[in-house]
Design a protein around this ligand. Structure first.
Ligand code: IPM
Ligand code: MN
Length: 367
């Protein structure tokens, strides 16, 4: 009997379904190895769910996720749903509640600049020559995204918007542990990001991270204010290993890092809850790039972030490390072989511009 893994597949909107199709193709190829069977449970989410059943996160979708070993997520949102009340829109109505509901507090975003792709980066060669590999560890269920009170209403005759930044010490501790443990398996260097010169949250963040660091004497810890970090990351990305951030700072810096690495279309992510005890995590795995409505349906989107997200799912939720490495190596091989979607194509010699399906096929072949 093969090991059977249940995966909730939530493709969503925009380029989501196109890039998801390529990731599923790659997983089907992995399934060809004996002992592995995937049960894909495709469910509605985001704008697609609003159109079909009137809400961004149907109860059936949540139930399907709860019955699965992991969630493979595409992307949600788009201009069509931007006029809806904020809480009913795909992002706030589906993605954020999913993260909160399943307690997915740890968001890992590996930003990898492949040596053969440095030309795709807007940053000059002398800075990123040889590539780099930075892991952003972003707290995902706290801070300004979820803090209460949160409203926009008239106060004293004037519209007033309030978002509240809240962190409990325990929330900082658990994400700091994730960052230090990750660093132990890498170059043993954590840079913690805060705004301790202005925010109470930043002061508690810094003090707590300092405390946790004592349990990891083999890992070097540095602190940066977020504004300085935005600058240092672009000045010398190779100087970073693990970057530890609260929710909003991580959202912003991970986009910056993805672009420095070449393209948002390459950035995979894993959103994990508490370890389950067997060394594995329930998690949601998604590309960080969004729905890209401008290119949706054209067959030109880069599916690599989605495919690499599937690899992270194999590693963190299913315990299929060898297979994860196989997929990551296949992606690297296809890039080394010169295949490029538009976002990473610069016309360099030995490279060829291809569409979503063709690069997906090429990766599948090399798995
Ligand atoms: C991300 C996205 C989301 C976020 C949006 C879509 C709510 O930008 O995953 O980075 O802000 O977390
Ligand atoms: Mn973002």
């Amino acid at each position: 009997m093969p090991n059977s893994y249940k995966i909730a597949v939530l493709a969503g909107d925009g380029i989501g379904p196109e890039v998801m199709a390529e990731a599923l193709k790659v997983l089907r190829k992995i399934e060809a190895s004996p002992g592995i069977k995937f049960e894909f449970n495709e469910q509605l989410v985001g704008g697609a769910a609003i159109d079909a059943v009137g809400q961004a996160l149907p109860a059936e979708t949540v139930a399907a996720c709860a019955q699965s070993d992991a969630i493979l997520f595409g992307s949600v949102g788009g201009p069509k749903w931007e006029k809806l009340p904020p809480n009913e829109q795909p992002e706030r109505g589906a993605l954020l509640p999913l993260r909160k509901h399943f307690g997915l507090f740890a968001n890992l975003r590996p930003s990898i600049c492949y040596p053969s792709l440095t030309h795709a980066s807007p940053v000059k060669d002398s800075i990123i020559e040889g590539g780099f590999n930075v892991l952003c560890v972003r707290e995902l269920t706290g801070g300004l995204y979820f803090g209460q009170p949160k409203f926009c209403k008239e106060i004293d005759g004037e519209m007033t918007a309030v978002d509240t930044m809240v962190y409990k010490k325990s929330e900082i501790e658990r994400i700091a542990h994730v960052a230090f443990k990750a660093a132990q398996g890498r170059s043993k260097h954590v840079t913690s990001i805060d705004k301790a010169n202005v925010l109470e949250n930043g002061i508690l963040w810094r003090a707590t991270v300092e405390e946790i660091a004592r349990q990891y004497p083999d890992v070097k810890l540095a602190h940066l204010y977020v504004d300085n970090a935005a600058m240092q990351l672009i000045k010398n990305p190779k100087g970073f290993d693990v970057v530890l951030c609260e929710n909003l700072f991580g959202d912003i810096l991970s986009d910056e890092m993805a672009m420095i690495a070449g393209s948002l279309g390459m950035l995979a992510s894993a959103s994990l809850g508490k370890p389950k005890g067997d060394g594995l995590y329930f998690g949601l795995f998604e590309p960080s790039g969004g729905t890209a409505p401008d290119i949706a349906g054209k067959g030109i989107a880069n599916p690599i972030a989605q495919i690499l997200s599937a690899a992270l799912m194999l590693r963190f939720s299913l315990g299929l490390k060898k297979e994860a490495v196989t997929i990551e190596a296949a992606v690297r091989k296809v890039i080394d072989d010169g295949l490029r979607t538009g976002d990473i194509y610069s016309g360099a010699e030995g490279t060829r511009k291809v569409g979503t399906k063709e690069i997906g096929d090429a990766i599948t072949e090399r798995v």
